[in-house]
Design a protein around this ligand. Structure first.
Ligand code: C5P
Length: 276
Protein backbone atom coordinates (compact mmCIF):
# COMPACT_ATOMS: atom_id res chain seq x y z
CA UNK A 1 0.00 0.00 0.00
CA UNK A 2 1.20 3.53 -0.74
CA UNK A 3 2.10 5.79 2.21
CA UNK A 4 -0.54 8.41 3.11
CA UNK A 5 -0.57 11.34 0.72
CA UNK A 6 1.79 9.57 -1.72
CA UNK A 7 1.56 9.85 -5.49
CA UNK A 8 2.63 7.31 -8.08
CA UNK A 9 4.42 8.18 -11.30
CA UNK A 10 5.42 5.91 -14.18
CA UNK A 11 8.89 6.65 -15.55
CA UNK A 12 8.31 5.23 -19.04
CA UNK A 13 11.03 3.85 -21.26
CA UNK A 14 12.15 6.46 -23.80
CA UNK A 15 12.74 5.20 -27.33
CA UNK A 16 14.62 7.14 -30.02
CA UNK A 17 12.88 6.03 -33.23
CA UNK A 18 15.51 8.17 -34.99
CA UNK A 19 18.66 9.80 -33.63
CA UNK A 20 20.56 12.02 -36.06
CA UNK A 21 23.80 13.58 -34.82
CA UNK A 22 24.06 16.85 -36.74
CA UNK A 23 27.00 18.67 -35.17
CA UNK A 24 29.11 19.28 -32.11
CA UNK A 25 29.23 22.31 -29.80
CA UNK A 26 32.55 23.81 -28.70
CA UNK A 27 32.00 22.25 -25.23
CA UNK A 28 31.97 18.78 -26.82
CA UNK A 29 28.23 18.09 -26.53
CA UNK A 30 26.59 16.86 -29.71
CA UNK A 31 23.68 18.44 -31.56
CA UNK A 32 20.85 15.99 -32.07
CA UNK A 33 17.67 15.66 -34.10
CA UNK A 34 15.58 12.80 -32.73
CA UNK A 35 12.02 11.47 -32.91
CA UNK A 36 11.29 10.27 -29.39
CA UNK A 37 8.37 8.16 -28.18
CA UNK A 38 7.50 6.55 -24.85
CA UNK A 39 6.49 3.03 -23.85
CA UNK A 40 3.55 1.90 -21.74
CA UNK A 41 6.15 0.26 -19.48
CA UNK A 42 8.79 1.72 -17.20
CA UNK A 43 10.05 2.24 -13.69
CA UNK A 44 7.42 2.95 -11.04
CA UNK A 45 7.92 5.70 -8.46
CA UNK A 46 5.95 6.19 -5.25
CA UNK A 47 6.59 9.63 -3.81
CA UNK A 48 5.46 10.69 -0.34
CA UNK A 49 5.80 14.11 1.26
CA UNK A 50 8.87 14.27 3.55
CA UNK A 51 11.04 16.91 5.22
CA UNK A 52 14.27 15.26 4.05
CA UNK A 53 14.95 13.53 0.73
CA UNK A 54 15.18 9.74 0.76
CA UNK A 55 15.38 7.01 -1.87
CA UNK A 56 14.59 3.30 -1.59
CA UNK A 57 15.19 0.98 -4.55
CA UNK A 58 13.16 -2.16 -5.20
CA UNK A 59 12.49 -4.39 -8.17
CA UNK A 60 14.31 -6.96 -10.28
CA UNK A 61 16.77 -4.54 -11.87
CA UNK A 62 17.75 -2.48 -8.82
CA UNK A 63 20.77 -4.58 -7.76
CA UNK A 64 23.99 -2.58 -7.63
CA UNK A 65 22.39 0.79 -8.35
CA UNK A 66 23.30 3.69 -6.03
CA UNK A 67 20.81 5.30 -3.62
CA UNK A 68 23.20 8.14 -2.71
CA UNK A 69 23.55 11.61 -4.23
CA UNK A 70 24.77 10.12 -7.51
CA UNK A 71 21.29 8.73 -8.24
CA UNK A 72 19.39 10.97 -10.68
CA UNK A 73 16.29 10.85 -8.45
CA UNK A 74 18.25 12.57 -5.66
CA UNK A 75 19.93 14.91 -8.14
CA UNK A 76 16.48 15.93 -9.43
CA UNK A 77 15.27 16.73 -5.89
CA UNK A 78 18.41 18.76 -5.16
CA UNK A 79 18.09 20.57 -8.50
CA UNK A 80 14.50 21.65 -7.80
CA UNK A 81 15.07 22.26 -4.08
CA UNK A 82 12.25 19.82 -3.30
CA UNK A 83 12.22 16.92 -0.84
CA UNK A 84 10.25 13.69 -0.81
CA UNK A 85 10.49 10.04 0.19
CA UNK A 86 10.86 8.18 -3.10
CA UNK A 87 10.47 4.44 -3.57
CA UNK A 88 11.70 3.48 -7.02
CA UNK A 89 10.72 0.10 -8.46
CA UNK A 90 13.38 -0.46 -11.10
CA UNK A 91 11.95 -2.35 -14.08
CA UNK A 92 14.13 -0.88 -16.85
CA UNK A 93 17.80 -1.77 -17.31
CA UNK A 94 20.17 1.09 -16.40
CA UNK A 95 22.59 2.74 -18.83
CA UNK A 96 20.66 1.12 -21.65
CA UNK A 97 19.67 3.88 -24.12
CA UNK A 98 16.03 3.93 -23.01
CA UNK A 99 16.34 6.79 -20.56
CA UNK A 100 16.04 4.84 -17.30
CA UNK A 101 17.83 7.38 -15.09
CA UNK A 102 16.54 10.42 -17.00
CA UNK A 103 12.97 9.14 -16.92
CA UNK A 104 13.30 8.50 -13.15
CA UNK A 105 14.55 12.08 -12.64
CA UNK A 106 11.69 13.44 -14.75
CA UNK A 107 9.07 11.32 -12.92
CA UNK A 108 10.45 12.56 -9.58
CA UNK A 109 9.96 16.16 -10.73
CA UNK A 110 6.45 15.46 -12.11
CA UNK A 111 5.39 13.69 -8.90
CA UNK A 112 6.80 16.33 -6.54
CA UNK A 113 5.32 19.15 -8.64
CA UNK A 114 1.92 17.46 -8.20
CA UNK A 115 2.44 16.94 -4.44
CA UNK A 116 3.63 20.50 -3.90
CA UNK A 117 1.27 22.04 -6.45
CA UNK A 118 4.31 23.76 -7.96
CA UNK A 119 5.28 24.37 -11.61
CA UNK A 120 7.86 22.07 -13.22
CA UNK A 121 11.35 23.59 -13.11
CA UNK A 122 13.10 24.87 -16.26
CA UNK A 123 16.66 24.08 -17.35
CA UNK A 124 16.42 20.37 -16.55
CA UNK A 125 18.94 19.55 -19.30
CA UNK A 126 21.50 20.31 -16.57
CA UNK A 127 20.46 16.94 -15.05
CA UNK A 128 21.03 15.10 -18.33
CA UNK A 129 20.35 15.65 -22.03
CA UNK A 130 17.30 13.34 -22.03
CA UNK A 131 15.58 14.82 -18.97
CA UNK A 132 13.61 17.60 -20.77
CA UNK A 133 12.01 15.15 -23.23
CA UNK A 134 11.36 12.66 -20.41
CA UNK A 135 9.63 15.43 -18.48
CA UNK A 136 7.21 15.83 -21.41
CA UNK A 137 6.83 11.99 -21.57
CA UNK A 138 5.02 12.14 -24.91
CA UNK A 139 5.96 11.86 -28.56
CA UNK A 140 8.28 14.74 -29.37
CA UNK A 141 11.06 15.95 -31.61
CA UNK A 142 14.22 16.53 -29.57
CA UNK A 143 16.87 18.95 -30.87
CA UNK A 144 19.76 21.05 -29.62
CA UNK A 145 21.72 18.90 -27.20
CA UNK A 146 18.37 17.68 -25.83
CA UNK A 147 16.97 20.92 -24.44
CA UNK A 148 14.78 21.79 -27.46
CA UNK A 149 11.65 19.63 -27.15
CA UNK A 150 8.78 20.06 -29.60
CA UNK A 151 5.78 17.90 -28.63
CA UNK A 152 4.13 16.25 -31.64
CA UNK A 153 0.46 15.58 -32.31
CA UNK A 154 -0.40 12.11 -30.98
CA UNK A 155 1.25 9.45 -33.15
CA UNK A 156 -0.42 6.22 -34.24
CA UNK A 157 0.60 3.73 -31.54
CA UNK A 158 3.46 1.44 -32.54
CA UNK A 159 3.93 -2.06 -31.16
CA UNK A 160 7.43 -3.21 -30.35
CA UNK A 161 9.70 -5.55 -28.48
CA UNK A 162 12.53 -3.99 -26.47
CA UNK A 163 15.64 -6.15 -26.13
CA UNK A 164 18.77 -5.52 -24.07
CA UNK A 165 21.66 -7.99 -24.08
CA UNK A 166 22.66 -7.10 -20.51
CA UNK A 167 25.66 -4.91 -21.18
CA UNK A 168 26.20 -1.29 -20.07
CA UNK A 169 27.45 0.96 -22.85
CA UNK A 170 28.94 4.25 -21.58
CA UNK A 171 27.34 7.01 -23.69
CA UNK A 172 30.53 9.17 -23.96
CA UNK A 173 32.39 6.19 -25.45
CA UNK A 174 29.84 5.85 -28.25
CA UNK A 175 29.81 9.58 -29.05
CA UNK A 176 33.64 9.56 -29.18
CA UNK A 177 33.60 6.62 -31.61
CA UNK A 178 31.34 8.47 -34.10
CA UNK A 179 33.17 8.78 -37.43
CA UNK A 180 31.24 11.87 -38.57
CA UNK A 181 29.82 14.46 -36.20
CA UNK A 182 27.93 16.32 -38.93
CA UNK A 183 25.20 14.21 -40.48
CA UNK A 184 21.98 15.31 -42.19
CA UNK A 185 19.10 16.23 -39.86
CA UNK A 186 15.55 14.97 -40.27
CA UNK A 187 13.39 17.02 -42.71
CA UNK A 188 12.51 20.48 -41.36
CA UNK A 189 8.82 19.57 -41.33
CA UNK A 190 7.93 16.06 -40.23
CA UNK A 191 5.19 14.43 -42.33
CA UNK A 192 1.67 13.91 -41.08
CA UNK A 193 1.77 10.10 -41.16
CA UNK A 194 -1.72 8.76 -42.05
CA UNK A 195 -1.14 5.49 -40.20
CA UNK A 196 1.48 3.46 -38.36
CA UNK A 197 2.58 1.72 -41.59
CA UNK A 198 3.38 5.09 -43.20
CA UNK A 199 5.38 6.12 -40.14
CA UNK A 200 7.38 2.86 -40.25
CA UNK A 201 8.04 3.30 -44.00
CA UNK A 202 9.31 6.80 -43.30
CA UNK A 203 11.53 5.54 -40.47
CA UNK A 204 13.37 3.36 -43.00
CA UNK A 205 14.78 6.55 -44.55
CA UNK A 206 15.99 7.82 -41.17
CA UNK A 207 18.83 6.64 -38.91
CA UNK A 208 20.31 6.23 -35.48
CA UNK A 209 23.79 7.67 -36.12
CA UNK A 210 25.02 6.10 -32.86
CA UNK A 211 24.28 2.58 -34.15
CA UNK A 212 27.49 2.12 -36.23
CA UNK A 213 29.81 3.21 -33.39
CA UNK A 214 27.85 1.04 -30.92
CA UNK A 215 28.18 -1.95 -33.27
CA UNK A 216 31.95 -1.43 -33.40
CA UNK A 217 32.26 -1.05 -29.61
CA UNK A 218 29.77 -3.74 -28.55
CA UNK A 219 29.25 -6.73 -30.87
CA UNK A 220 26.33 -7.85 -28.68
CA UNK A 221 24.27 -5.04 -30.26
CA UNK A 222 24.84 -6.59 -33.67
CA UNK A 223 23.80 -10.00 -32.34
CA UNK A 224 20.54 -8.53 -31.03
CA UNK A 225 19.76 -6.66 -34.27
CA UNK A 226 20.52 -9.77 -36.38
CA UNK A 227 18.23 -11.91 -34.26
CA UNK A 228 15.42 -9.34 -34.35
CA UNK A 229 15.67 -8.92 -38.13
CA UNK A 230 15.44 -12.69 -38.63
CA UNK A 231 12.13 -12.85 -36.78
CA UNK A 232 9.04 -13.15 -39.00
CA UNK A 233 7.17 -10.43 -37.08
CA UNK A 234 9.91 -7.78 -37.28
CA UNK A 235 9.01 -4.76 -39.46
CA UNK A 236 12.05 -2.66 -38.51
CA UNK A 237 14.83 -3.13 -35.95
CA UNK A 238 17.02 -0.31 -34.65
CA UNK A 239 19.04 0.66 -31.59
CA UNK A 240 17.68 3.29 -29.17
CA UNK A 241 19.86 6.12 -27.84
CA UNK A 242 23.47 5.07 -27.38
CA UNK A 243 22.38 1.47 -26.78
CA UNK A 244 22.53 -1.27 -25.95
CA UNK A 245 18.72 -1.61 -26.02
CA UNK A 246 17.26 -2.25 -29.47
CA UNK A 247 13.63 -2.27 -30.56
CA UNK A 248 11.78 -4.32 -33.17
CA UNK A 249 8.53 -2.85 -34.49
CA UNK A 250 5.64 -5.24 -35.15
CA UNK A 251 2.14 -4.97 -36.65
CA UNK A 252 0.16 -5.65 -33.49
CA UNK A 253 0.57 -5.99 -29.74
CA UNK A 254 -0.11 -9.71 -30.09
CA UNK A 255 2.74 -10.02 -32.61
CA UNK A 256 5.08 -8.21 -30.18
CA UNK A 257 4.12 -10.55 -27.34
CA UNK A 258 4.56 -13.64 -29.54
CA UNK A 259 7.97 -12.37 -30.68
CA UNK A 260 8.97 -11.75 -27.04
CA UNK A 261 8.06 -15.40 -26.33
CA UNK A 262 10.29 -16.54 -29.19
CA UNK A 263 13.17 -14.54 -27.66
CA UNK A 264 12.73 -16.00 -24.19
CA UNK A 265 15.58 -18.52 -24.63
CA UNK A 266 18.18 -15.81 -25.36
CA UNK A 267 18.89 -14.76 -21.78
CA UNK A 268 18.38 -11.14 -22.87
CA UNK A 269 16.02 -8.66 -21.19
CA UNK A 270 12.93 -8.73 -23.41
CA UNK A 271 9.82 -6.56 -23.03
CA UNK A 272 6.83 -6.20 -25.38
CA UNK A 273 5.52 -2.62 -25.37
CA UNK A 274 3.23 -0.16 -27.11
CA UNK A 275 4.89 3.13 -28.07
CA UNK A 276 3.18 6.50 -28.47
O1 C5P B 1 23.60 14.43 -20.57
P1 C5P B 1 23.99 13.02 -20.27
O2 C5P B 1 24.53 12.87 -18.88
O3 C5P B 1 22.94 12.03 -20.58
O4 C5P B 1 25.17 12.72 -21.28
C1 C5P B 1 26.12 11.72 -21.06
C2 C5P B 1 27.31 11.95 -21.99
O5 C5P B 1 26.89 11.76 -23.34
C3 C5P B 1 27.87 13.36 -21.96
O6 C5P B 1 28.85 13.48 -20.96
C4 C5P B 1 28.47 13.48 -23.35
O7 C5P B 1 29.72 12.84 -23.40
C5 C5P B 1 27.52 12.68 -24.20
N1 C5P B 1 26.49 13.52 -24.85
C6 C5P B 1 26.84 14.31 -25.93
N2 C5P B 1 25.89 15.08 -26.54
C7 C5P B 1 24.61 15.06 -26.12
C8 C5P B 1 24.22 14.25 -25.03
C9 C5P B 1 25.20 13.48 -24.42
O8 C5P B 1 27.99 14.35 -26.34
N3 C5P B 1 23.69 15.83 -26.74
Amino acid sequence: MSPKGAVQELAPAKINLTLHVTGQRPDGYHLLDSLVVFADFGDLLTIAPAEAPSLTLTGPLSAGLPTDDSNLVRKAMAFAGWTGAVTLEKRLPAAAGIGGGSSDAAATLRGLARLLDAPLPAGTEALGADVPVCLAARAARMQGVGEVVTPLPALHPLHAVLVNPGIDIPTPLIFRALSSKTNPPMPVDLPDWPDAAALIDWLYGMRNDLEPPALSQAPEVGAVLDRLRQDKACLLARMSGSGATCFALTDTRHAAEAMADRLSDTGWWVQPVTLA
